[in-house]
Design a binder for this molecule. Structure first.
Ligand code: PLP
Length: 444
């Protein structure tokens, strides 16, 4: 509450505009991640490691638009190249453009198992399509996902939605039938996965197992380092395809993504976010020629086809942006630099947790830094219902996020940080000072 004064006094413009927006936009904002407590901020400018609101406040930006920027926001060298392409082609043609091929080739260079790549409009769409390809290719219906994992908001996958800690994320309007072929297992539970696969054998088998190789929600629930390899073995044993959702991890954990990191081959890889270089329409699916031919645009005799469409997908803007951003990420060694920034932040936050003797935890996978301030030790959670037992958790996290924001640091929902190449020792020191200010005022 001590930081609420900041919002009332320093964010008057945002507050007024959101009130105005509520008349024409449900809730006043569109992005789930913009529903900041106590009210959403209206952004005027994003640049590198910073965000500026319309009241002229500057924030260090660890939301980074939700993960699509690794070079830093609004990265000028990529902008220049993208605008040159789009000046000629226009943003969309509905036909073929050279940058579609260049992007697919670039992705294949980074991830050799992605022999072929199909552009889509978002991570949500790409996850939907991966499932559709798997069902078409295997002729089976069931899909298996990790409980609480987010693979976009399609009917069949939104299911238990995020790690089910509060009512906030309840998902209505989904017919029961849409999820009857979606089965779940507890994060990291290899025996649980086997059990679900065995159960499915009595009921038509499993088309695909879909995982984030570092654990659900970008590793919010970390899983064992050998989990992806074990999932691979089980998929081979049960004749299911293994789908890696690399919407967050592709290019961010290294040019080779999580599959390169673990050296585990997925049958299908789902892309989003960085694949459009921080520009709109970020999504796609990749895999072997054999599997990906299910979505070939031309009719291939004797092949079953999964229907995929999209008026604006594979447009010159998104494809050129993805191509140039990935190229720059490789040239600048951006994943390593952003990862080192993540390591430094995580170490710094841990030192402050120790200093103030707080029951918080922090951990990171390179540029993805998590911190949990509700007192729940994710790392030791074995009770699937634990989050339902702590109804006040969400509010505590929101307040914590707001306190950091009032001190000039914007995080993802008060519990995650995406670092980028644009962070440096100064931004990190400033961030840790903000954490210290908030930590030192925690009521125990
Ligand atoms: N899969 C994962 C792992 C994600 O983190 C997200 C989005 O945050 C999605 C899928 C959905 O992607 P999009 O928001 O582009 O639909």
């Amino acid at each position: 509450a001590r930081y609420m004064k900041h919002f009332d006094e320093k964010c008057k413009g945002s507050k007024a505009m959101i009130e105005e927006a509520k008349k024409v936009i449900p809730g006043g904002v569109q992005h789930n991640l913009a529903f900041n407590y106590p009210f959403p901020l209206v952004v005027e400018k994003a640049e590198g490691a910073y965000l500026y609101d319309i009241d002229g406040n500057r924030y260090i930006d660890y939301l980074q638009a939700g993960g699509p920027t690794l070079l830093g926001s609004n990265y000028e060298p990529v902008n220049q190249k993208v605008w040159e392409v789009v000046k000629e082609s226009g943003p969309v043609t509905g036909l073929f453009h050279p940058y579609e091929m260049k992007l697919a080739e670039k992705i294949h260079e980074c991830m050799p198992w992605v022999e072929m790549y199909r552009c889509l409009a978002s991570g949500t769409e790409a996850d939907m399509v991966a499932i559709r390809i798997a069902r078409t290719y295997t002729g089976k219906q069931n899909i298996v996902k990790v409980g609480g994992a987010y693979h976009g908001w399609s009917d069949q996958l939104v299911y238990s939605l995020h790690i089910p800690y509060t009512q906030t994320f309840e998902a209505h309007g989904i017919p029961k039938e849409a999820t009857q072929n979606t089965k779940e297992f507890f994060p990291g539970d290899v025996d649980g996965l086997r059990k679900v696969l065995e159960e499915n054998e009595k009921n038509g088998g499993t088309a695909a197992v879909i995982i984030e190789p570092f654990g659900p929600e970008s590793g919010t629930r970390p899983i064992a380092m050998d989990f992806a390899a074990k999932a691979r073995e089980l998929c081979d044993e049960f004749g299911a395809l293994l789908i890696f959702d690399e919407v967050v991890t592709a290019f961010r954990v290294g040019p080779g993504g999580a599959q390169g990191f673990f050296n585990v081959r997925p049958d299908l890889t789902v892309f989003g976010k960085i694949v459009a270089g921080g520009y709109p329409m970020a999504g796609g699916v990749g895999g072997s020629e054999e599997i990906m031919s299910c979505v070939a645009a031309g009719v291939k005799a004797g092949k079953k086809k999964a229907y995929v469409g999209g008026t604006l997908t594979a447009n010159p803007l998104s494809c050129a942006a993805g191509y140039f951003a990935i190229d720059e990420i490789i040239k600048q060694d951006a994943a390593r630099k952003a990862g080192e920034n993540g390591d430094k932040l995580c170490d710094g936050i841990q030192a402050l947790i120790d200093k103030y003797d707080l029951p918080f935890v922090t951990w990171n996978t390179g540029s993805i830094v998590h911190f949990e301030v509700s007192g729940v030790m994710y790392l030791s959670v074995t009770d699937p219902d634990i989050f339902k037992k702590i109804p006040e958790r969400q509010h505590y996290i929101e307040e914590f996020g707001a306190a950091l924001t009032a001190n000039g640091v914007i995080t993802l929902a008060g519990s995650r940080i995406y670092t980028s190449m644009a962070d440096n020792d100064d931004t990190i020191a400033e961030t840790l000072a903000a954490f210290e200010e908030v930590f030192s005022n925690v009521e125990k």
